[in-house]
Design a protein around this ligand. Structure first.
Ligand code: ADP
Ligand code: MG
Length: 446
């Protein structure tokens, strides 16, 4: 085991971890020596060493072991100044070496044009569009949150692209919270807090993705808060995303939470059937333009929209595989082929919520007993919650209307249809019902 082996594993890691993570965590490591199956690497800071050990340690060990084993353990020393480190210490502050802002790269596909708007994301989309217009800051910060794969990063990149197109000289800095922390740690390490502060305070628009990541990391949070305040005070736009609402991020300081609430907080709801259908159709259209040979039977897209969970990334993954398959077999993809080709994905996204759970949660929420919901009672105080439970059963499980009817004390499927329509209607006019439904949905999907 020697530095050459380490270099080849590094190259593999670059591909498997992606450019960003690689640059942050692997690139700063230097091979030190190996004895008796223990590989000693050195890291510029303890923090980086610990981080890599915790997150990638086992992966790296296995790769080294395969490349030139046996490797039983890794250690991360600090300090042994590697050539690279000395070099950047000797040069000017790293941020001044480049005129490009040191953000995370923007994905070329994440544009407003390719973002399909539906009920679950229309508010987030509208807010993002508004920010992308630039000019007078409308709401600061814009805080976008929602579950994984619902389009937060897509919207942020779209804002950045749009702003840059409208005003090429605007300093738009987009980066993941992980990158923010990495920059901060580097600045501490290279004693360049001044450069760090200058950089972040000089941008026109700052976008930080996945801020839940810095929760509990106190000094990073602190710095983030100062940057944040400085920019807001200068009337610079800030856009932030997280996987949950500010109030629900454990370990995020109260003062940050409350500051976040000064702006506009909007959530991306889990996708519904219509939105999934829209997204799938757009992707199929797009694919057909690139590859006109691809054929997909009617019904396949509907089937996927119905069966695959709300995470758009999973949806895309399924479609990518189908396209690959279609171009390989050279014939039209029908439902049978789809089920076979995507068996694992379909199994994994089988909805786990049961009708019993729905009934229990709804009963709890309205202070009823489960037997009330199942009973024939028609008093509104019981009938309304029952309808809500039926509605949720339809939208959160893949059970058919007759099956749902049976679970609700042996009711007819027409009763279920009626309930579903009624709740859909009420949600437009009665904000209380709408809130109840959203709250329950979120609890059930959690
Ligand atoms: P998040 O950051 O919320 O986890 P992403 O923005 O990375 O999610 O989205 C995951 C994938 O789904 C991306 O490829 C994105 O382009 C796609 N996607 C999400 N929402 C939409 C949408 N409304 N229209 C088109 N593509 C979408
Ligand atoms: Mg994201």
């Amino acid at each position: 085991m020697n530095a050459a082996v380490w270099n080849s594993v590094r190259d593999e890691l670059r591909t498997s971890l992606g450019k960003d993570a690689f640059k942050n965590w692997i690139d700063p490591l230097v091979f030190d020596h190996c004895d008796d199956g223990v590989v000693h690497l050195s890291a510029p800071t303890n923090f980086i060493g610990n981080w890599v050990a915790r997150h990638y340690g086992e992966t790296i060990r296995v790769m080294l072991d395969k490349a030139d084993g046996p490797v039983s353990r890794l250690t991360f020393g600090v300090g042994r100044p590697a050539a690279k480190v000395t070099l950047s210490e000797a040069t000017a502050a790293p941020v001044e070496e480049t005129t490009e802002l040191p953000g995370s790269p923007l994905d070329n596909r994440f544009r407003f044009e390719s973002f399909v708007v539906g009920k679950p994301n229309e508010l987030a989309h509208a807010a993002a569009k508004r920010v992308a217009e630039g000019g007078e800051v409308a709401f600061n910060p814009l805080f976008l949150y929602g579950g994984v794969g619902l389009g937060k990063t897509h919207l942020m990149h779209a804002i950045a692209w749009d702003l840059k197109e409208r005003n090429p000289s605007a300093k738009v800095l987009y980066l993941s919270a992980e990158q923010f922390m990495y920059r901060f740690v580097q600045a501490l390490r290279f004693k360049d807090m001044h450069g760090f502060k200058e950089l972040f305070r000089s941008v026109d628009v700052l976008m930080v993705d996945d801020v839940q990541f810095i929760a509990g990391k106190n000094s990073t949070q602190d710095e983030f808060f100062h940057t944040f305040n400085a920019l807001v005070d200068q009337n610079k736009q800030i856009v932030i995303s997280a996987d949950r609402a500010p109030g629900e991020i454990d370990g995020l300081e109260e003062r940050i939470k409350s500051r976040l609430h000064w702006g506009l907080v909007v959530d991306l709801h889990p996708t519904d059937y219509e939105l999934r259908l829209g997204i799938l159709q757009a992707k199929v259209e797009h694919q057909k333009r690139i590859n006109p040979g691809i054929q997909i039977d009617d019904g396949v897209v509907e089937f996927l929209a119905h069966r695959i969970s709300s995470n758009v990334r999973v949806l895309e993954g399924a479609l990518t595989r189908l396209f690959a398959f279609a171009s390989l077999v050279g014939k039209s993809i029908d439902l049978d082929t789809t089920t076979e080709c995507l068996a694992d994905i379909l199994r994994a996204s089988e909805r786990k919520v049961t009708i019993e759970e729905i009934i229990r949660k709804v009963a709890d929420h309205y202070n009823l007993r489960m037997t009330d919901i199942l009973s024939p009672r028609r008093a509104r105080s019981v009938a309304r919650p029952r309808q809500v439970a039926m509605f949720l059963s339809k939208s959160l499980t893949s059970k058919s209307l007759p099956e749902i009817g049976r679970k609700f004390g042996g009711r007819d499927h027409t009763t279920v249809i009626h309930a579903v329509r009624k709740v859909e209607e009420l949600r437009q006019t009665d904000s209380q019902i709408n809130e109840d439904v959203e709250l329950l949905r979120r609890m059930l999907e959690a």
